[in-house]
Design a protein around this ligand. Structure first.
Ligand SMILES: [Zn+2]
Length: 49
């Protein structure tokens, strides 16, 4: 199932819009980290494509 995902960094406020897919209850995006080196602290929103 393909989905669109918005990731907002809680540290610097940077926003990323990515395409990903939902597999077995978890979301795959390939997103690694923010520009500010934050890897864990994000607000993740799932959007319908
Ligand atoms: Zn950031």
């Amino acid at each position: 199932m393909r989905i669109k995902i918005t990731i907002r960094c809680k540290h610097c406020g940077e926003k990323f819009v990515l395409r990903g897919k939902r597999e077995k209850g978890r979301i795959e995006t390939g997103f690694k980290q923010c520009l500010c080196d934050n890897r864990d602290d994000f607000i993740i929103e799932e959007l319908p494509v």
